[in-house]
Design a protein around this ligand. Structure first.
Ligand code: FMN
Length: 366
């Protein structure tokens, strides 16, 4: 089955990309993921001065299911790459030489300076990477230097900085959005005004994973203290799906979406595609399952296409978007379908007569 898709003129062997983070830490792990069958990778975010990036240990925290050990949420307080830009430039070159048909997206971030953003764009572009992802979305650490989500939270800055990059970029530019805002369309449309070809969504959601009741310290705890971090993994998927659907419905034609947030299997990935994503990225899922998870992603997508009669991946993109409507319209449709009795059952007296858990189940769709 042909799982390829062409996005902004770039042919992806399949729509599955490593998301920026530990899975794309260096050339070795990126090469391993290509060998395993991933269509592409977004490398860990790079900047001009790695010496300013100092990571802490521990920097991850897990939220487990109340019933078993399954990880349902994941917090990190990790910064962008702490490896020197010269090393990265050499590795970008090497990866493209060894894997010309796999897609390499460079994630870049800088301080609020036109000169610095344009210099970073130029030196990275010269290595032959296929596209840029602008990290306007890291929610912790970098914000103290007015980087990351500090830019994505302010549409005027998003537009201006995107423009700096697109003025010198000769390859496609995706802008990666923070979910820690009220309306994802605003900064996304600002990036599009600045010349972005695509939007990546979402980065992590600001969070505090928990508090240790023995020590009274919030986690992850570094020498007794913490900072709020970024939340990822399956718990964030519904929020990411909502934001991707808003982009799917609200971006100008031709602006592409790379869907991210809590994807752990082909089922999750297909949901993002149905809501408008033409590629998907996975970060925490790879950290927890390893790069081999791509086998299930590809098999599951191929089976879905066969079962549903899709002959190309492109046909799936946005297929479920027409089924969003308004609440008023849902009421009208329900009345027309003569199911208003079910709607009325939500009234006060019914809640009093039945056990609340029973009533909740009756009103739930899955
Ligand atoms: C440990 C860790 C480090 C991350 N580092 C970066 C980064 O350097 N640049 C970036 O754009 N996103 C970074 N992210 C965010 C992910 O790329 C992704 O947007 C987010 O985690 C949601 O997707 P997921 O649920 O598949 O992890 C990081 C996420 C994690 C968990």
């Amino acid at each position: 089955m042909d799982l390829s898709i062409t996005v902004n003129g770039i042919k992806f062997p399949n729509p599955f990309l490593l998301g920026s983070g530990p899975p794309g830490t260096n050339a070795r792990v990126i090469a391993k993921s290509y060998d395993a069958g991933w269509g592409g990778a977004v490398a860990k975010t790079v900047s001009l001065e790695s010496s300013k990036v100092v990571n802490v240990v521990p920097r991850y925290g897990k939220l487990r299911s109340r019933r078993n050990d399954e990880v349902i949420g994941f917090e990190n307080i990790e910064l962008i790459s702490d490896r020197p830009i010269e090393v990265w430039l050499e590795e970008f070159r090497q990866i493209k030489k060894d894997y010309p048909d796999h897609v390499l997206v460079a994630s870049i971030m800088e301080e609020y300076s036109k000169e610095r953003w344009q210099e970073l764009t130029r030196v990275v572009q010269d290595t032959g990477v296929d596209a840029f992802e602008l990290n306007f979305s890291c929610p912790h650490g970098m914000t103290e230097r007015k980087m990351g989500s500090e830019m994505g939270e302010h549409p005027d800055l998003t537009e201006e900085v995107t423009r700096w990059v697109t003025d010198v970029a000769k390859i496609p530019v995706w802008a990666k959005m923070t979910p820690n805002i009220t309306n994802i369309r605003e900064p996304s449309l600002a990036a599009v005004r600045g010349g972005a070809n695509g939007i990546s969504a979402i980065n992590t959601i600001l969070s505090v994973i928990g508090v240790n009741l023995d020590t009274l310290r919030p986690m992850p705890t570094v020498e007794g203290y913490t900072v709020p971090g970024g939340y990822s993994a399956q718990a964030v998927k519904p929020i990411a799906l909502r934001m991707v659907s808003q982009l799917g419905l609200g971006l100008p034609k031709g602006v592409t979406i790379s869907g991210i947030g809590g994807i752990e299997n082909s089922h999750d990935a297909i949901e993002f595609m149905l809501l408008g994503a033409s590629t998907v990225q996975i970060c925490t899922g790879v950290m927890l399952q390893g790069v081999k998870m791509v086998d299930e992603l590809k098999d599951g997508l191929a089976k879905f296409m066969t079962d549903k009669g899709f002959s190309s991946v492109q046909e799936i993109v946005g297929k479920s978007l027409p089924y969003f409507s308004t609440h008023m319209d849902l009421v009208k449709l329900m009345k027309e379908a003569k199911r208003h009795k079910a709607g009325e059952a939500a009234r006060d007296n019914e809640w009093a007569q039945k056990d609340i858990t029973e009533k909740t189940a009756e009103l739930t769709s899955n």
